[in-house]
Write a protein that binds this ligand. Structure first.
Ligand SMILES: *Cc1c(COP(=O)(O)O)cnc(C)c1O
Length: 382
């Protein structure tokens, strides 16, 4: 399709995406053109992005090492603090080793395509993130998608297809980014063993929030030994930037030698690494943040349900299913007029007819903010 026609069609369908620069963002307040909004769309779940400890750590590293790592890890970009972060991450995720990646996108694309190839097969939950899909595509492995959180469908596919391939991987997010619900890790771990597969999870939205130590859903369910590859990011609840894989030492060494998105990219800058280290410290030191966040999420889900909204999920991500796209867009606009920044999630990110508002809570959304919001959203809908 010609670019011009594509853009016109997207516009006619109300699906044209546009950038929208904020002039400021702090806590849960975001400003556009001097107008302030309560921000319900960021992934800064614990409010770490403006935590004094992160800011201080970042500044100190900037003074000490400068702004850039200046080379890839395998050249001269590899600093001791990168290794400190990897040791701390491995410990946090209770795995032998960890490898830091520049982004979650690069991690998924690189890890999957380095570990699997044409003679292998990969089974992914239908709602998995685009970076997982792209990684599978790049690997050349045969891809099977099972229905969301449907272990019997997965088993059906495994029974039929597993025998035709050399190696097999099952992959899921632990907290799903658009539905806010969680994977059935126990069931996946059983199937992995029964059908001789490996298991990989993406904890992008769980890291820092779930589990006794805030390590994620894998920790909460005690399945560290059964999950071969635990991937996650520093860019969401940890308030900073970058990603990691926690796995065995052998897998780490293999990826250092083969993973193209790791090898052919400049190492994360020292201030970012220092912020990530500070964030991991804070997850241990300030557990009340995740407790308060999950308490508020339960409260809001319950209150919106009582007002008759169709709510999904069981986490800090609260999708309010609206249905057709124009309705979701209109509701968003009304909420923006009332001072709330919430974005509609639309096709192709979610299936047609399931357009939704994705409310993403953070530590700064207190009871008062939530109560007022519940009144407003019920009013603008009616
Ligand atoms: C955000 C996200 C990523 C990508 O992480 P970035 O660090 O933003 O590139 C990967 N997987 C999931 C499930 C995500 O939500």
């Amino acid at each position: 399709m010609v670019i011009k026609d594509f853009l016109r069609q997207r516009k006619e369908e109300g699906l044209l995406r546009q950038l929208c620069p904020a002039s400021a963002r702090r806590g849960c307040v975001i400003s556009f053109n001097g107008k302030k909004f309560i921000d319900f769309s960021s992934n800064d779940y614990l409010g770490f992005s403006c935590h004094p400890r992160l800011i201080e750590a970042g500044k100190k590293a900037l003074d000490e090492f400068g702004a850039s790592s200046s080379a890839s890890r395998l050249l001269s970009g590899d600093l001791l603090i990168h290794h400190q972060l990897e040791e701390k991450t491995a410990h946090f995720k209770r795995k032998e080793a960890a490898l830091v990646f520049n982004t979650g996108y690069q991690a998924n694309v690189g890890i999957i395509s380095a570990l699997y190839g044409k003679s292998d097969c990969i089974f992914s939950d239908r709602l998995c993130h685009a970076s997982i899909i792209d990684g599978i595509f790049l690997s050349g492995a045969k891809h099977f998608r099972y229905r969301h959180n449907d272990s019997s469908h997965l088993e059906l596919l495994l029974k039929k297809e597993r025998g035709k391939f050399k190696r097999a991987l099952i992959i899921t997010e632990t907290i799903f980014s658009m539905d806010g619900d969680r994977a059935l890790l126990g069931e996946l771990a059983c199937l992995k063993e029964k059908y001789d597969c490996q298991l990989m999870v993406d904890e992008a939205h769980a890291t820092g929030i779930f589990g006794e130590n805030g390590s994620g859903v894998v920790e909460e369910e005690g399945v560290e030994k059964k999950v071969d590859f635990i991937m996650g990011t520093f860019s969401k609840a940890l308030g900073s930037f970058g990603a990691y894989l926690a796995a065995s030492k052998k897998v780490k060494e293999y990826l250092v030698n083969t993973c193209r998105s790791f090898i052919y990219s400049t190492a994360l800058p020292p201030p970012v690494i220092a912020c990530n280290l500070a964030a991991l410290d804070l997850v241990g030191k300030e557990p009340w943040r995740r407790k308060s966040l999950l308490g508020c999420a339960a409260y809001l889900r319950d209150a919106l349900g009582k007002k008759g909204f169709q709510i999904k999920g069981c986490s800090q991500i609260i999708p309010v299913i609206i249905g057709e796209n124009p309705r979701a867009v209109k509701l968003t606009e009304s909420l923006q007029e009332q001072g709330y920044w919430i974005l509609p999630i639309r096709p192709p990110t979610v299936p047609r007819g399931q357009s939704r508002l994705r409310i993403s809570l953070n530590y700064f959304h207190d009871q008062e903010i939530l109560n007022r919001f519940i009144e407003v959203i019920a009013n603008v809908r009616d």
